[in-house]
Design a protein around this ligand. Sequence first.
Ligand code: NAD
Ligand code: UFG
Length: 339
Amino acid sequence: MSILVTGGAGYIGSHTVVQLLEAGELVVVVDNLSNSHQEVFNRIRTITSGELVFVEGDLRDAQLLDNIFKSYDIDSVIHFAGYKAVGESVSKPLMYYQNNILSTLTLLEVMQKHDCNKLVFSSSATVYGDPETVPITEQSPLSATNPYGQTKLMIENILKDMASADANWRIAVLRYFNPVGAHSSGLIGEDPNGIPNNLMPFVAKVAVGQLPQVNVFGDDYDTPDGTGVRDYIHVVDLAAGHLAALNKLKQQSGWQAYNLGTGKGYSVLDVINSFADISEREIPYQIAPRRAGDIATCYASVDYSKQALNWQAKADIKQIIKDHWNWQQQNPNGYKDAN
Ligand code: NAD
Ligand code: UFG
């Protein structure tokens, strides 16, 4: 029996594939490489052995998916594939609804056709909008402030409706906080296209000398140092959360959402200062205006995931930055260096 990983060539998917293979699972990845590089599979195979099949293709291609389900005995699906850039989703909403929603609907139809009912879905803390209180529990109110967030909320609701209509579905919705870091080997990590939107990859590029300085988006938030506070979770811990969720689905049917975070918040300045310490590089920064749509503080309550999934994040911010920096130094141009 195999596990189908959609978007398995991507940042979080690739780290999860490594752990699935290490756990002895047979893995089939489907990815159209729209935001990833085939080199990742050479790296994965350097880290670990095991049976890994890569099918290059688009999730919206029902025939392709049908063939995958016919060719491999797929027991469960981890669904990472989708577009994820908040700003781009505001300027190109149709592209986001088209890809994220249609991919998921196509996947669900083919799963249904083949009686495959176990699904782990990549949701995001963005579904909590601007939280009234922190830490954020799974019961906190949900809202979306941009088309990307809308797609996550819509898909969560579609999955909930599926589970209500058919008690055979077993669905784990994983709400990630801020995934960062890289595999300790430095062989796989996040490889954003162009100038990074997110803080940690941006800081890493300043540390390595590819960008001149960090723009700190606002220092007048209601936080200890005035800069935004987030819950940064090591991608390896996040990946482990997917294996814990798959395990849970063996015992429990229905729809359930879980926060995957650390429960701790760090400010933008905390991240810059720790990165400078660990990398022993100067990281120039300037205070810039707030970024539209940003919130002051976001961190998870992880009590429920700890108890229900028997999972918890282990890496602290220093370990996260150490691994992120190791990846950045070894691959200053990401996977492109491999060509
Ligand atoms: P990523 O872009 O690195 O990986 C996504 C993968 O999906 C890419 O390899 C891309 O080529 C593939 N893909 C996209 N559309 C596809 C399609 N139609 N058919 C086949 N493949 C397709 O992103 P990631 O950071 O690994 O994120 C994985 C998931 O987690 C996404 O759904 C994202 O929205 C969600 N998420 C990410 C973050 C984050 O900060 N990285 C936070 C919360 C949630
Ligand atoms: N920030 C800067 N300068 C930068 C980039 C970011 O000051 O160049 C600040 C932001 O204002 C924020 C913090 O750093 O206070 C973190 O910003 P990120 O862009 O790294 O992350 P976000 O919390 O804005 O969003 C991320 C993902 C979303 C996801 C969300 C919750 O980009 O897709 O985490 O999981 F929904």
